[in-house]
Write a protein that binds this ligand. Structure first.
Ligand SMILES: [Zn+2]
Ligand SMILES: [Zn+2]
Ligand SMILES: [Zn+2]
Length: 348
């Protein structure tokens, strides 16, 4: 196989029309049980307080100490670039043809929000105050990354897997900016627009009203949000958090709404802990894409889309952030896969 031209790239899937990420990280391959020498538990957790120099330099921090030096202890929340970024800020998109196929450099951003200095803290046990601060940090990162118009879609997700070890078990979420909108989000945006074109009302505001009226799938009502098990749930115990204030963009949510959103999120997670002990959980923020590059195309998005959070309980097995974002991610380049299979003994 030729050496990879980019550390990661976006490839256009000619069958389905969407873009997929292909990466060339040996450690990502290792996660699929391709053996590597290092045991992730044998090194100190880079997300723990006291090990700040093990991460790339921090991008943002929440600290009670205004004189604290960057990348030292004494913080509450820290944002750092992912050490193994799936998508990187450097470079231009360089879209090119490869025979009949399309690909471009995997331009984007991949950041880690370390939600607590303590390794053993659990998300469901966070205070409303801590979670409000985390939401505010995510909001700021989103707004900052959006200044780069190569980033077509920026959002956040969080994965809690019961079998996570090492730094993956440390409470953290991920902010991901990508040069392509994930196909599942594209479909959701198109459905919302179609509904608005037909009814001149927001799909999500209508769902919120309907679920609160019928109460059949209502989990709880709060001052700022409603939580529902969606009518056509794709996973067992899927829950959506629908904010009452109609806004297409999480970046525009006023700071005074954040404690209410944090409360509904924590309350839902504690309920899920009781009903599904031992399960993992994926949280995914669904918000407006970057409307600057194609503002004509997004001309009704302020009315037709409505940001929300989707919660996917997961039975104990591995899942990836990219799956939560609906962005298909292939950790082994197809060329490597084909080569390994070619060289493996078959029937003859
Ligand atoms: Zn840790
Ligand atoms: Zn709405
Ligand atoms: Zn959604």
């Amino acid at each position: 196989m030729e050496p990879p031209k980019f550390p990661s790239e976006l490839r256009r899937d000619p069958h389905h029309g969407g873009w997929c990420v292909t990466t060339y990280h040996p450690e990502r391959e290792a996660a699929l049980n391709i053996p590597l020498a290092d045991d992730p538990d044998s090194v100190p957790c880079a997300f723990c307080e006291g090990y700040e120099t093990y991460t790339p330099p921090e991008l943002a921090v929440v600290s009670p100490d205004s004189r604290r030096k960057p990348d030292s202890s004494g913080w509450q929340i820290r944002v750092v670039p992912n050490r193994l970024p799936t998508l990187t800020v450097e470079g231009v998109e360089e879209r090119e043809g490869v025979g009949m196929f399309d690909r471009m450099r995997g331009v984007g951003a991949h950041e880690i929000v370390i939600e607590s200095p303590r390794h053993s803290d659990r998300f469901s046990s966070f205070s409303i105050d801590r979670l409000s601060k985390i939401l505010s940090v995510v909001q700021n990162r989103l707004l900052d990354l959006r200044k780069d118009i190569r980033m077509r879609y920026i959002s956040a997700c969080r994965l809690e897997s019961p079998d996570s070890r090492g730094h993956l078990a440390h409470p953290h979420s991920q902010v991901v900016g990508s040069g392509a909108t994930p196909p599942s989000l594209k479909t959701e945006l198109a459905s919302a627009r179609e509904y608005y074109n037909y009814k001149e009302r927001c799909l999500f505001c209508d769902i919120l009203r309907e679920e609160e009226r019928s109460k059949d799938r209502l989990v709880a009502s709060y001052e700022t949000c409603v939580t529902v098990a969606p009518f056509a749930s794709r996973f067992p115990f899927e829950v959506h958090i629908l904010p009452r204030r109609h806004l297409h963009d999480f970046g525009l949510v006023p700071i005074e709404d954040l404690p209410g959103i944090a409360e509904s999120l924590l309350d839902t997670c504690r309920r899920l802990d009781v009903v599904l002990p031992g399960w993992g959980r994926g949280l995914s923020l669904h918000t407006s894409p970057n409307t600057v590059p194609r503002h004509e195309y997004w001309r009704t998005i302020q009315q037709d889309y409505h940001w929300h959070i989707e919660i996917m309980p997961i039975p104990p097995r591995r899942q990836d952030w990219a799956e939560l974002m609906g962005l298909p991610l292939c950790s082994v380049a197809p060329e490597r896969a084909a080569s390994a299979l070619r060289n493996a003994p078959g029937l003859s």
